[in-house]
Write a protein that binds this ligand. Structure first.
Ligand code: ARG
Length: 399
């Protein structure tokens, strides 16, 4: 009696998820394995992946392009929230997991499967994100994670696969573990495990080395509508095209690399390199537009919400009452966050050099130092007296 009868497996085409297919069938007695490959704009050829799953023993091999949904329903909320985990990581990998979980759960229902499966090991954040998201969407569904239990080394995994006709990787397999989608790349392992070692240039694909960036700056205007990016240089673009183009502009100017040591949910610190050109720039520009259009107290209060939001994405709580509640607050704040931010890209820098909005709260007549000044200077005296009163009383008592 196996752990389940019919399983939908999240499939990437790599050795580990391929080995999961015979493993589930032969070691765990699963009768039928259906694979599901998600196209998240990672740029892989999907037809060979679809075929490889069948060759590895899948009964049905599904491929689903969810890139538009990934951008509009996952990346855009994160931009509205200015979500940066530990102040730096724009959550490009983390955001994809709840979406993959969602289509796994949907496929399980459509095909009458009693379990879903993924190829995550027991050391990372992604297993948590999958398991918790799946539980939130269908608490009855079993989640199988063979790679968390099988205890095989890399060599043993490859050897196991060969027994079932899964070819070992043709090129000497990369020493890195890489996750990629439209929003970015996450790179770890190999020499990067030494936190003192500078990452070799070869790991980067989306961003140029500064030495190879153009001499002249590139200016780009990003237009937001209620917190969502809608146009580049005045041209309305669909969400996927907008991200693609901005990735190219930022990346070719050497913008978008992050090298950090982060705190994983499972307690380990890990050194990770990210490339996330468009996401980093969009959050930077969006935050600037908020400075123009939100009141001081909302801006400052929202900072704490943003941190909580980033943490919940990282920690696998995308489908949660906390997320829904924070969304309600964040969406309310975005009602007037419309306008345009001008960015200068040059030699690894993205600098904001201008911003404008029909909803601007910046009033030149109040801010100016010229004779146009409308600010009542005399009112400041009484304000300061009352504002400073507690300090004054405190100082008097202390003498
Ligand atoms: N540390 C990142 C996260 O937890 C990325 C995880 C996947 N990284 C990788 N190199 N495969 O979101």
């Amino acid at each position: 009696m196996g752990r389940a009868k019919k399983v939908v497996l999240a499939y990437s085409g790599g050795v580990d998820t391929s080995v999961c297919i015979p493993y589930l069938k032969h070691e765990w007695g699963i009768e039928e394995v259906i694979t599901l490959a998600a196209d998240l704009g990672q740029g892989d050829e999907l037809e060979p992946i679809r075929q490889k799953a069948l060759d590895s023993g899948a009964s049905i091999s599904l491929v689903q392009n969810v890139t538009p949904e990934f951008v509009t329903d996952y990346a855009f909320p994160a931009i509205k929230a200015n979500a940066l985990y530990e102040n730096r990581y724009p959550l490009t990998t983390a955001l994809a997991r709840p979406l993959i979980a969602k289509i796994l759960v949907e496929a399980a229902a459509a095909h009458g499967a009693d379990a879903v499966a993924h190829g995550c090991t027991g050391k990372g954040n992604d297993q948590v994100r999958f398991d918790v998201s799946i539980a939130a969407l269908n608490p009855q569904l079993k989640v199988l994670a063979p790679a968390r239990e099988w205890g095989m080394s890399r060599e043993e995994t490859i050897a196991y696969g060969e027994r079932y006709g899964i070819p070992s990787p043709v090129k000497k397999s990369s020493p890195y573990s890489i996750d990629r989608n439209l929003l970015g790349r996450s790179i770890e392992a190999g020499i990067l495990e030494d936190a003192w070692q500078e990452p070799p240039e070869e790991i980067y694909l989306m961003t140029q080395a500064i030495a190879n960036t153009p001499d002249t700056p590139t200016y780009t205007e990003i237009t937001f509508d209620r917190g969502i990016p809608v146009a580049l240089d005045g041209q309305l673009l669909d969400p996927v095209t907008l991200i693609t183009q901005l990735n190219a502009i930022a990346g070719s100017n050497g913008v978008g690399r992050i090298d950090m040591v982060e705190n994983r949910l499972v307690g380990i610190k890990s050194r990770e390199i990210y490339e996330a050109p468009a996401m980093g720039v969009l959050i930077y520009a969006h935050r600037d537009l908020e400075m123009l259009t939100l009141t001081a107290d909302v801006t400052q209060f929202k900072r704490g919400i943003e941190e909580a939001y980033a943490r919940l994405i990282y920690n696998g709580q995308w489908y949660s009452p906390l997320k829904e509640s924070l969304d309600a607050f964040i969406n309310k704040t975005q009602e007037r966050v419309s306008g345009t931010v001008r960015i200068k890209f040059h030699r690894g820098n993205a600098t904001i050099v201008g911003r404008q909005s029909a909803n601007t709260l910046y009033d030149e007549d109040l801010a100016t130092y010229t004779s146009a000044d409308q600010f009542d200077h005399r009112a400041a005296e009484g304000f300061i007296y009352i504002w400073g009163l507690p300090t004054r009383v405190w100082a008097q008592k202390g003498r």
